[in-house]
Design a protein around this ligand. Structure first.
Ligand code: UT7
Length: 352
């Protein structure tokens, strides 16, 4: 029987570290000012979110989301001992694409040197913080059916350019960071139902669509974009909006539910799983999920303290981070559960 295995994994974060101490002093070009631009502080951010610092790209227009993805993709290819030319499909999960269309997968395809060469299929998916698990479900289906043999799944985000660096936007602004994670999947012949990708689930509830979104424009309007981006009073569509409490409660509910269902449907227990790698939106969300779902605390891996929320990138970034620290090893079984804007959520069990 054909099952799907992870052939390689890589991640990338930009060099600039923005601490909670520095963050309130940044202006909208991320330049540190003498006085606070946003009323927030390290104590509030750490207490409510667990975040200490995050990474930002340079402010000189030299880096786009596809560049973050490209760096992570090169590392994943090296890890898999593959060349870009071996890929026959790219699935790109992001809420911060290089531009509105086409999707960012084709941009990455070109940066990998594949444009016009091997006809590598390109998909962009829009499931925000759930993008990596949704993408893993797609990759698994493509490989099991024989549709594609080498699928690159990308989670990459450039948040720092689209945040509101005023007190108005502080609830969202403090959460997010830039980064990318990439996994490459391929087929293996095995009768072991616990090998490779064991299980994936993907859920959605459109009732949550207004609880966390970034509109930028509304296509039903003429003109569909009618504000001056430099006019801070009237440019609210430019920035993410969030009902934090509703997102928090639904995230805990969705991640607990999908974690427990994943175990029930596979007949597995925490004895069969080495690591729980939840989406990294808020350390307090993850602590609550761990408490309610009775997950052994020593199996939980987080990275939000140092990277913030990198949306579609959090799961591969966290796995790669803890692999570099020597904790996660090839062959370990991981359960991931995720929740994001939409609302969308899901879980996956897979052998790394
Ligand atoms: O991947 C999915 C993406 N997002 C999430 O998962 C986020 C889920 N939600 C959360 O993580 C939390 O709701 C937040 C961390 C965003 C906010 O925490 P909270 O405990 O729900 O705070 P709150 O929104 O109820 O605000 C409490 C107070 C308010 O002041 P008043 O009205 O009590 O005077 C806020 O204005 O904290 C204020 N506040 C801040 N103060 C300092 C909100 N943001 C900040 C801030 N710094 N950054």
């Amino acid at each position: 029987m054909i099952r799907t295995k992870i052939l390689g994994l890589g991640s990338y974060v930009p060099d600039r570290v923005v601490t909670n101490e520095e963050l309130p002093y940044l202006d909208e070009r991320h330049v540190r000012q003498a006085t606070k631009q946003t009323e927030t502080d390290d104590a509030w951010i750490q207490k409510r979110t667990g975040i200490k610092e995050r990474r930002y790209v340079p402010n000189d227009a030299s880096v786009a989301t596809s560049d973050l993805a490209h760096e992570a993709a090169k590392r994943a290819l090296a890890d898999a001992n593959l060349q870009a030319n071996d890929l026959d499909c790219i699935i790109f999960a992001t809420l911060s694409p290089d531009f509105h269309f086409p999707g960012t997968a084709v941009v990455l395809q070109r940066k990998l040197g594949l444009a016009g060469k091997n006809d590598c299929a390109c998909y962009d998916i829009r499931q925000q913080c759930s993008g990596f698990v949704y993408g893993m479900q797609m990759a698994d289906a493509f490989i099991r059916t024989g549709m594609y043999k080498r699928v690159m799944l990308v989670g990459a985000e450039l948040h720092s350019h689209s945040l509101d660096y005023t007190t108005r936007g502080r609830d969202v602004m403090v959460l997010f960071g830039d980064g990318a994670g990439v996994a490459i999947f391929g087929p293996m012949e095995t009768d072991d139902a616990r090998a490779g990708i064991v299980y994936t689930s993907a859920h959605a509830d459109g009732n949550g669509a207004n609880d966390l979104n970034l509109k930028i424009f509304e296509i039903n309007r003429l003109p569909y974009l009618d504000y001056d981006p430099r006019d801070r009073e009237h440019n609210q569509l430019m920035y993410p909006h969030m009902d934090g409490k509703r997102v928090f409660l639904n995230a805990v509910r969705g991640m607990v539910m999908s974690t427990n269902t994943a175990l029930a449907k596979t007949g597995m227990s925490w004895d069969d799983i080495q690591w729980f790698v939840p989406h990294q939106a808020n350390l307090r969300i993850n602590e609550k999920v761990v408490e309610v779902a009775k997950i052994p605390p020593e199996k939980v891996l987080n990275s939000i303290e140092i990277y913030g929320n990198t949306t579609a990138a959090t799961v591969p970034l966290t796995i790669d981070h803890w692999r570099k620290q020597g904790k996660v090893k090839r062959g370990d079984r991981i359960l991931s559960s995720v929740f994001g804007s939409g609302f969308t959520w899901g879980a996956a069990i897979f052998t790394f």
